[in-house]
Design a protein. Structure first.
Length: 448
């Protein structure tokens, strides 16, 4: 448990979470029902492209496990087509509510701040059809939902728990060359949410520090809860050879894999450039090198969806790169198993679910030493961390896998063991403890 939840104890004068919880354990209780807010992306969308990624997976997995612990969850998300039913049962105890806010299609995430009032109206209306006290707590995700959560929680007199997922100031401090910075309006909105929330959930201690450093978040309102991995889905199963057979990949190939949303922040171009360096140094490798890029364009990458294809052609490696549109997680697990290593050269990453998923499948990870990736990957044990984004450095690490074919297996075994500590059950139980702490009598915000 202590690995999954730790109040920001590194700061002087901050009481460790467990001691604090023990103090309240006599009368704290888990909430019966939580309103989970996910304005800009639906838990029902396929992750790996557009606005759907780790946050969607996080909300789905967390909600299911919370429901198993007896905490009912209702997830509010914006309706993006007219054909959607008002509610969908996602799993026992987990309901998705579609909220009408703005036109169904053609509304970019950047345009959603103008719809927050309409969205909040939908959330308040849903609650108003029940007896008072229907939701015990609001948990909002990403700053847009935080704005809705701020008002709803205050209106209902319940606590607001907020997870940032990404922060504008952190992203802007580590932009890829030529990438567009996040606007000032987002920073203002995030700051308001930090002020309004009773608890801020950080994925890692590093993110907790960033919240304090960039947004002045008080240490006693931050909790660290590591995200998890679905260990039933992401596991070694029948191994690499079988996965390669299923995907039609050669058994003797060296396969550095990229998986995730294709946008400058994730730096798939660094992998392609590293592969070009590798091939320049060892042209003989070309016949047994396959570089799958699994995922679709997203964020600022949407402006030039063909950018990566063109780059592969320009680098003269189009024959080894295999672009694969986003796949369901069951198939993604096979891509992880088939890979020699997963490569995540991101400029910024609040955690990097793909890194822990690949390891759970027994595949080591080569990651940039940024954000949560040093928590997800143990350098030299379950993969390698690389400082910076110089393709030559990534090529050097990839070279180790070429020269030492047994490396994948030894790191992969340690990776699978490491990932086992990250089951979603532990994350949900840690989150439920945070909920219990914040809903304890005497801690409720005053009803306005
Ligand atoms: N993913 C998927 N299909 C794909 C590519 C990615 O389902 O083709 C999922 C993947 O399993 C992971 C999530 O998308 O859970 C990406 O999360 P991550 O934290 O790595 O990045 P984010 O999208 O949050 O930036």
């Amino acid at each position: 448990m202590s690995q999954h939840v730790a109040r920001l104890g590194r700061r002087a004068g901050v009481r460790p979470a467990r001691a604090l919880r023990r103090r309240f354990s006599g009368y704290s209780r888990r909430p019966r029902r939580v309103a989970m807010l996910s304005v800009h992306t639906s838990p029902l969308h396929q992750p790996g492209t557009g606005d759907a990624g780790g946050m969607n997976v996080y909300i789905v997995e967390l909600s299911k496990r919370l429901a198993e612990l007896g905490v009912e969850v209702e997830i509010f998300t914006r309706a993006t087509t007219g054909a959607l039913p008002p509610t969908v049962d996602l799993a026992p105890g987990v309901l998705v509510r579609h909220v009408d806010a703005g036109p169904y299609e053609g509304l970019a995430k950047e345009e959603l701040p103008a719809q927050l009032c309409a969205f909040t109206h939908g959330v308040l209306q849903a609650e108003a059809s029940h007896r008072p006290g229907y939701y015990d707590l609001v948990h909002s995700h990403y700053w847009l939902s935080g704005q809705v959560g701020w008002l709803s929680a205050e209106r209902w007199g319940v606590p607001l728990v907020h997870t940032m997922h990404t922060m504008a100031k952190v992203k802007n401090a580590a932009l890829a060359e030529g990438d567009t910075p996040e606007p000032a309006a987002r920073i203002i909105g995030e700051t308001q949410v930090v002020d309004a929330a009773q608890r801020l959930i950080a994925n890692t201690a590093e993110e907790a520090d960033e919240l304090a450093l960039h947004y002045d978040a008080p240490a006693d309102r931050i909790e660290v809860v590591h995200p998890g991995v679905n260990l039933d889905l992401f596991r070694r199963a029948d191994g690499r050879a079988a996965a390669r057979r299923r995907l039609g990949l050669p058994q003797d190939a060296v396969i550095p894999l990229f998986a995730g949303r294709i946008q400058p922040l994730k730096a798939p171009d660094v992998l392609l450039r590293a592969v070009a360096v590798l091939l320049e140094q060892d042209p003989g490798l070309r016949d047994r090198l396959v570089v799958p890029v699994v995922g679709g364009p997203s964020g600022t990458g949407l402006a030039k969806p063909e950018h990566l294809h063109k780059l592969a052609a320009r680098l003269g490696i189009a024959d080894v790169v295999r672009f694969q549109p986003p796949v369901g997680q069951r198939e993604l697990a096979d891509w992880y198993r088939a890979a020699t290593t997963l490569v995540t050269p991101s400029y910024s990453e609040s955690f990097g679910l793909v890194a822990i998923e690949a390891q759970a499948c027994g595949t080591p990870v080569v990651a940039a030493a940024v954000g949560g990736l040093p928590v997800a990957v143990r350098d030299g044990v379950t993969g390698f961390l690389v400082d910076g984004h110089d393709p030559a450095d990534y090529a050097r690490v990839l070279r180790r896998f070429v020269d030492r074919p047994r490396l994948r297996r030894s790191l992969g075994e340690a990776a699978a063991r490491h990932a086992e500590a990250f089951g979603w059950g532990a994350s949900a139980s840690a989150m439920a403890d945070v909920y219990a702490d914040v809903t304890a009598p005497g801690r409720r915000p005053v009803h306005v």
